[in-house]
Design a protein around this ligand. Structure first.
Ligand code: HEC
Ligand code: HEC
Length: 158
């Protein structure tokens, strides 16, 4: 490398070090307008929805969300509080919906007598909901809405 090229390279490196990124225009709905370097006031924790009304599933294989509180429910190798109500044998007394057959299947689709270990820790898939407003909007459309639109007759040509 000759001297001129070396000087040029040094200038470029020094120049880029001094260059500061312009402030981003995007605003993160979770932290609001607070600059990244500052701490935000965390929002209040929203209450868990506890209406006991089963919610619609967004698609048929969605693990239904939990429509009741689960605060303090023990789920470990010794005891599973969820099964105390949702296990097949307890549902007559508790009126909780029983686990579906997929919860008894191993990964080769063999149906077992007991809940499959891979379905034992319920909150891996099922979650309660809070009364918080959504932080970001989305344009998700239910498949039924899409099917209806696709099967609608095409508008008549003039
Ligand atoms: C005291 C009994 C009881 C316990 C304990 C319990 N549930 Fe429930 N669960 C119910 C009942 C009853 C319903 C029906 C809706 C309602 O009344 O809330 C239900 C509904 C549900 C549903 C909705 C099913 C659907 O088809 O929409 C899910 C998911 C669920 N529970 C998961 C859990 C999980 C996970 C746990 C443990 C963390 C748990 N439940 C603990 C009684 C219970
Ligand atoms: C690996 C994910 C997963 C785990 C873990 C899991 N589930 Fe589910 N669950 C699902 C899915 C997916 C569905 C909906 C489709 C189906 O029935 O398989 C479902 C459906 C349900 C339903 C509704 C059944 C019906 O016939 O409408 C209940 C109640 C339920 N689960 C309770 C539980 C409980 C209680 C546990 C813990 C013992 C648990 N689940 C563990 C994925 C899971």
């Amino acid at each position: 490398m000759n001297l001129r090229a070396l000087t040029l390279a040094t200038c470029v490196i020094l120049g880029s070090a001094a260059w500061a990124a312009p402030p981003l225009e995007v605003e993160d709905p979770m932290r609001g307008p607070t600059p990244v370097a500052q701490e935000t006031d965390p929002p209040l924790i929203s209450p868990v929805e506890n209406k006991d009304i089963r919610r619609m599933r967004t698609y048929s294989m969605q693990p239904p969300t939990i429509p009741h509180k689960i605060d303090g429910y023990q789920v470990d190798k010794d005891f599973n509080r969820c099964l105390a109500c949702h296990a097949r044998v307890n549902t007559e007394e508790t009126q909780a919906p029983p686990l579906s057959v997929t919860h008894y299947m191993d990964r080769d689709s063999n149906v077992l007598a007991e809940v499959s270990p891979r379905r034992y820790f319920c909150v891996q898939c099922h979650v309660p909901q809070t009364e918080a407003k959504p932080l970001v909007s989305n344009t998700y459309q239910d498949i039924d809405v899409i099917l209806k639109r696709l099967s609608a007759p095409a508008p008549a040509k003039k």
